[in-house]
Design a binder for this molecule. Sequence first.
Ligand SMILES: Nc1ncnc2c1ncn2[C@@H]1O[C@H](COP(=O)(O)OP(=O)(O)O)[C@@H](O)[C@H]1O
Ligand SMILES: [Mg+2]
Length: 268
Amino acid sequence: MSDSHLDSPTAQIVSPFMQEPELMLECINLSKLYSEGPAEVQVLEGLDLRVYAGERVAIVGASGSGKTTLLNLLGGLDLPSEGTVMIAGMNLASLNEAQRGQMRNRNLGFVYQFHHLLGEFTALENVCMPLLIAGTDVQSATRRGAAMLDRVGLGHRMQHKPSELSGGERQRVAIARALVTEPRCVLLDEPTGNLDRHTAHEIHVLMAELNEQLDTSFIVVTHDEEFASTLDRVLQLRNGKLELVEAPTQKRGPDTASAEQGEPPHGD
Ligand SMILES: Nc1ncnc2c1ncn2[C@@H]1O[C@H](COP(=O)(O)OP(=O)(O)O)[C@@H](O)[C@H]1O
Ligand SMILES: [Mg+2]
């Protein structure tokens, strides 16, 4: 690539300082209707969401409001009835199954509501799996997997299988597995719901560190209001849409258009 563009006046106008923050994930007019089973269930209806690189968003809502459904759609694990999901500029609907898998492996980490660890593999093997799938050699994968298990406080349980771990320990393995590839965006479904306060706090600290160091985006379904209030935005899923939950100290003006869309995180 030539450097000649640096001399043009427009190159100065679009300097890095003036660029819009990078849009990590976008949903437009998302709807989900479950039509299998005895009755049709309209879970999401015309939902919009934008999450920028490095943003941390909490999603709250009553049981059955569609939080897990939404995360599944964001991660391309299920397809919407209507609407568009874009991840890192890619429209999920335009990708085939294999491409969606590759996109997930490259960009996303998942922590499911139930840990979904592979029972026949050790904690370390479970954590190394996404790295091996991405083509990392076994030695580096093992080193990085072990370091991440250490970080979630499980350095002494690497060779245990899921059935030999407590519920909280399994959840921490699942969290390590989601974070080990240092994905650009992590989707978490009530990740610390089964953990004691101390361990939950450790996980929150780890998330804050990754956000700080790697600009990782987090979309976290949580019932922990105290934790939610430490994130950039809290959105409530109600009647199929997301609404901004106002912190008592942060009153918004009459223009609420940014509530569901989010504002680019400018430094003001
Ligand atoms: N595969 C499915 N088929 C039919 N209905 C479903 C299916 N999955 C979830 N639902 C229904 O959709 C609603 C939202 O579920 P879910 O997204 O799991 O809610 P939440 O995670 O907020 O508790 C619930 O009423 C649930 O019964
Ligand atoms: Mg759920």
